[in-house]
Design a protein around this ligand. Structure first.
Ligand code: HEM
Length: 453
């Protein structure tokens, strides 16, 4: 009798593991406990491993900022990204991470980021001109279009002069690689060995090989010609470890360039995709952006130094990233036993910061599902805990490209909106789906019309 019960319970466990695994592969957000939208902290046992979800800003501050040394990025994340990005800045830990962050930092200082604005505006105007040639009411997938424009920008600013490389193939390869990440994450969660096959694994491996080769070739070419440009690659080629005086080797440089290309375009593209969707549903907010752009530019083409004056447009992007954060979750693993909000966390336990749930938390945001850019007026921001909003993460591992992304999103939006109106079918409701990033599962089908001059 006992044996039968045990077998039944084993079968039950297996079924529940399979169900959870399926959810993680399909859309990890479906595996989150409901209480993450109401409670400060939720402890769950997913796939036999203790997982602590933290939603209260002070706990988030403890894990990501004040006590960040007690946590590393989770093994599942490293396992899904390392095949493509190696031990670049996003996945590395300790001294290896610190050196890479120091080397990349100058590229992301405000003055340097501002110098990228002409490239950002040029790519936005090219997109606007391509849209202007479409018949009025043409159907487009805004998510694909935004990925294209942000990809052109990231390539030009991180690896300039790569425009003659096969743009389409590079883009598809990055997508194929990121697509496989949910499987790698799910398999790591159940402790499956690295060689375990999964759908799309071969395609992903081919994509990684192509990306490494393409970027590796660029690096060799720059070393050979000695050419220097105003981009991340030149900075990395010149970088020296302040302690040892060593430079970065070509593999480290390649992994970082791929990391910046991977981390730095789809995220911003999604921020814009969700913004366009929300604006189509809120014409009164779109009107306020148009008025602001008109007032700042006087109807002339937007100039680089004017982008910072588009304060309301920036608030709209910030609020869109609250409602639909492009990175919906960050995950850490504790490296020692510690106390977190009265709960004992052991070394090896997972700590999840479910950014999407924090941004929709009933104790943090009044009427959380309402789209209201006035939440980002300076007085409103001052009135709430800093870490109730964290689309770019927090602490030492906060997104290095935060300033770049905001400037880029505002520049693209303010270039496109005065020329075109985008509309979505009234019945269309996108489903947010988490891969590494949070995308609309159906893409973002919209119609594009020229605005009357
Ligand atoms: C709206 C756009 C973006 C969003 C929402 C976003 C979000 C994030 C988040 C949440 C993290 C922290 C991950 C963690 O703590 O585990 C991160 C890290 C990072 N992001 Fe972004 N990001 C965006 C744009 C960019 C851009 C434009 C770049 C580069 C040009 C970039 C490069 C990076 C890098 C290299 C890291 C790793 C930093 C480190 O670990 O030191 N991101 N990003």
């Amino acid at each position: 009798m006992t044996a039968i019960l045990e077998r039944q319970s084993q079968a039950g466990n297996l079924l529940s593991t399979m169900r959870t695994l399926r959810k993680i592969v399909r859309n990890p957000m479906e595996a989150w406990p409901e209480a993450v939208y109401r409670e400060p902290m939720v402890v769950s046992h997913m796939l036999g491993r203790k997982t602590v979800f933290i939603c209260a800003p002070d706990l988030i501050q403890q894990v990501l900022v004040d006590d960040s040394e007690s946590f590393v990025k989770a093994e599942s994340m490293r396992r899904s990204l390392e095949p493509g990005l190696g031990q670049g800045i996003l996945t590395a830990e300790g001294n290896r991470w610190r050196l890479q962050r120091r080397v990349a930092a100058p590229v992301f200082r405000p003055a340097h980021v501002n110098s990228f604005l002409p490239a950002m505006l040029r790519a936005s105007r090219d997109m606007r001109d391509r849209w202007a040639e479409l018949p009025s009411g043409a159907a487009i997938d805004v998510s694909q279009q935004m990925t294209r424009v942000t990809f052109e920008i990231i390539l030009e600013t991180m690896l300039s002069g790569a425009g003659d490389a096969d743009l389409g193939k590079l883009e598809v390869s990055i997508r194929d690689f990121l697509e496989s990440s949910s499987w790698a994450t799910a398999l790591s969660a159940i402790g499956a060995p690295l060689w375990t096959p999964f759908p799309g694994k071969r395609r992903s491996e081919r994509a990684c090989a192509f990306l490494k080769q393409a970027v590796g070739d660029r690096i060799s070419e720059r070393r050979r010609t000695g050419e220097r440009r105003e981009d991340l690659l030149s900075l990395m080629l010149d970088a020296k470890d302040p302690e040892t005086g060593d430079g970065l080797n070509d593999i480290d440089i390649r992994d970082n360039i791929l990391t910046f290309i991977g981390a730095g375009h789809e995220t911003t593209a999604l921020a814009l995709t969700w913004t366009f969707y929300l604006l189509a549903r809120h014409p009164e907010i779109e009107r306020r952006i148009l008025d602001e752009v008109e007032q700042v530019t006087g109807g002339d083409p937007l100039r680089p130094e004017q982008v910072a004056e588009l304060v309301y447009t920036r608030q709209v992007v910030q609020e869109a990233m609250r409602v639909f954060p492009p990175v919906a979750m960050v995950v850490r693993q504790s490296v020692r036993d510690l106390q977190l909000g009265g709960e004992r966390v052991a070394a090896g336990d997972n700590v999840f910061v479910p950014i999407y749930a924090v941004h929709h938390h009933s104790a943090l945001w009044p009427d959380p599902d309402r789209f209201d850019p006035d939440r980002f007026l300076p007085e409103a921001v001052k009135g709430r805990h800093r870490w109730s909003y964290l689309p770019f993460g927090a602490g030492p591992r906060i997104c290095i490209g935060m300033g770049f992304a905001l400037l880029e999103a505002v520049a693209i939006l303010a270039t496109l909106l005065p020329s075109v109106r985008l509309s979505a079918e009234p019945s269309f409701v996108p489903t947010p789906k988490l891969r590494v990033t949070m995308r609309p599962a159906e893409g973002m089908p919209m119609r594009v019309e020229r605005r009357a001059a």
